[in-house]
Design a protein around this ligand. Sequence first.
Ligand code: 48F
Length: 250
Amino acid sequence: MLRELHVTRGIIETYFRELLEHTTVDVAIVGAGPSGLVAGYLLAKAGKKVAIFERKLAPGGGIWGGGMLFNKVVVQRAAEHVLKEFEVDYEPYGEEYLVADAVELASALTVKAVKAGAKIFNAVHVEDVVIKDGRVGGVVVNWTPVDMVHLHVDPLVVEASFVLDGTGHDAAVVKLVARRTGCCEVKGMGAMWVDEAEKLVVEKSGEVYPGLFVMGMATAELYGLPRMGPIFGGMFLSGEKVAREILSRS
Ligand code: 48F
């Protein structure tokens, strides 16, 4: 016979066991957009203990709506290997572009990241970071609803050897660290220029302060790079670059 008590206990015991296991991690990723999910997948696949904190209920960030709610995303050929790795179907569009279904892409990135071992904590908002001896050493987390309704509730802390800012236009973690340390000036992204934007976002993604890496649109926001609109190769390659850099150090 099914019992309400067992349903409740099943959720609580499993959730809190996993939460406890992830109170100290190798890599804490803030934001489950395309850059965060690609980085999380690669790091977890390589054996790192990874927690991804996403303030919304659904991972996927800006993927779902494609361009102007037309749920297709464009990826340049240079990032074709990522679509293949995540087993996402696509069709060529002209010589240089591939077009994929936004819903399939967001779902595939999420499933593969989770199956590789990255733990996604959704509806969790990163509101601050730990900084000790000139190095970022973790994230300060709270429930998104607590933040939304401005409840006066103290957060908890997750220790991490590396923190990755994949919060897109918010550049939330970089802004916090910039305010605290004066490490960097957040310039705000520039006007649209897809070719330059896609190149620079990958080039500039990397460590901005000891222990803190920036990737995806957060990189554009930090360095005042041009925006690129609904083309996603740069997001994938930026997450891939940051994952590689971390793996090369640890
Ligand atoms: O914006 P987002 O998709 O990040 P991205 O990986 O990709 C950008 C593209 O989607 C698109 C684009 C295409 O080239 O320009 O915009 O750079 O995802 C960022 C995720 O971070 C979450 C947010 O809800 C979103 O899902 N996020 C933002 N701030 C926080 C956060 C925070 N403080 N704590 C936790 N999650």
